[in-house]
Design a binder for this molecule. Structure first.
Ligand SMILES: [Cu+2]
Length: 133
């Protein structure tokens, strides 16, 4: 029996169109680019559609990255990553997420943990030590 090339092409085209809507980050806590006064015990990621993290890591001030474990095993729109103890500094949290459509989508956010007593909005750690008062 001969396959129907035109129909096969149509089905392929339709599935490709659907596959375009893979999960991307909608929002996070802490928000991307934000500064927090207390180190967060967890990071919450909210995606545009259900996804499952296949890898996640954190790096401070461009230091070596540290894997975040355990990864949430569920496929969900919202996922929570437990944080290790975070000293003041600038952090990048990176991940790879497997979308429901089978695509793997990388993403990252960064945030700053301010030193205790730091002024809101002051640069983390300052440049060249504490400024004179
Ligand atoms: Cu996709």
């Amino acid at each position: 029996m001969r396959p129907l090339p035109a129909l096969s092409a149509l089905v392929l085209l339709a599935s490709m169109t659907v596959a375009h809507a893979h999960a991307h980050l909608r929002e996070s806590i802490p928000a991307n680019g934000s500064a927090v006064t207390a180190p967060p015990s967890q990071v919450v990621l909210r995606f545009s559609e259900a996804a499952r993290l296949t890898a996640a890591w954190i790096a401070r001030n461009d230091a070596a990255r540290q894997n975040l474990r355990p990864l949430p095993s569920r496929t969900a729109v919202q996922t929570t990553l437990r944080m290790p103890a975070l000293a003041p500094g600038r952090y990048v949290v990176s991940w790879r997420a497997l979308s429901a459509d089978g695509h793997v989508v990388p993403g990252q956010i960064w945030f700053t943990v301010q030193a205790p007593g730091a002024l809101p909005g002051a640069p983390p750690g300052g440049v060249g030590g504490p400024s004179p008062r």
